[in-house]
Write a protein that binds this ligand. Structure first.
Ligand code: SF4
Length: 250
């Protein structure tokens, strides 16, 4: 026991004390900024591999963006990615950043179902379904529970069975062969059940959008409670988005 105490004294606290104000390294690409000014919008839009950039008016859809950075490399005076990781929201349209937008992304309080904050603010158990994911977002979701991010301190955890879950976190573009297992998992979760889309692939299909190998009809049947953009997502984006959704005091 004394050895353990000595180790704890030497190492100090490994968890990030405040996940709402933590800083991320400069290489991180978070909320984009599009500077106001003339540019060949078509040239800019054409270089985007996922059609995330729209023209007239110029905008960038974080729900489609792979955060590859190509647009910022090619037009550094026009597009910049900030280190702002608080980009999760419950309104799909809020993921679209327009030219000159410099406002933080947040949730729309009116869109949050009242039973979520009524029943789930003290404890939230989530079941994760990788619906054709490439294991990148899944790894970051795992990281949410590690010693650094320690999401469990808020009572938010992943569980092994949908029967024990309050909601579902979907990663991946939802392939044909995962459409039915996803539905089975969702049906097994008791009400009120929430749906979180984690990552660009889940939100829009990402680079696979429009592929006949996908079956995204599940998303047309139910309201989405939280969109977490990123490719892959950052644990701080996920945790801050969920905390805002359930209005957990930190
Ligand atoms: S960073 Fe996003 S918007 Fe820019 S080129 Fe890549 S996918 Fe397109």
């Amino acid at each position: 026991m004394f050895d353990n105490l000595k180790i704890m004294a030497r190492q100090g606290k490994q968890s990030i004390p405040d996940l709402t104000s933590a800083k991320v390294p400069g290489i991180f690409r978070g909320r984009p900024l599009i500077a106001v000014g003339p540019i060949d919008e078509t040239l800019l839009a054409d270089l985007c591999p996922t059609g995330a950039i729209s023209t007239h008016p110029l905008s960038l859809d974080m729900g489609k963006c792979t955060f590859c950075g190509e647009c910022a490399f090619a037009f550094p005076d026009k597009i910049k990615f900030t280190a702002d990781y608080k980009i999760a929201t419950n309104e799909r349209q809020r993921l679209v950043i327009k030219e000159g937008d410099d406002q933080p992304v947040s949730l729309s309080p009116d869109q949050i179902r009242h039973e979520i904050q009524q029943y789930l603010s003290g404890s939230l158990k989530l079941r994760q379904v990788s619906a054709g994911g490439d294991n990148s977002c899944e790894l970051e979701l795992n990281a949410c529970g590690n010693v650094n991010f320690d999401m469990g301190r808020f009572g938010i955890e992943f569980v092994a069975s949908p029967r024990h879950a309050d909601g579902i976190v979907i990663t991946g573009p939802i392939t044909q062969n995962m459409a039915e297992p996803l539905q089975v998992c969702y049906d097994a979760i008791p009400d009120p059940k929430i749906i979180i889309l984690a990552g660009t692939d889940a939100i829009s299909g990402g680079i696979f959008a429009g592929s006949p190998a996908l079956n995204r009809s599940f998303l047309e049947k139910y309201p989405i409670d939280l969109y977490v953009p990123g490719n892959p997502i950052h644990p701080l984006t996920f945790i801050n988005g969920v905390l805002e959704l359930i209005k957990k005091r930190v």
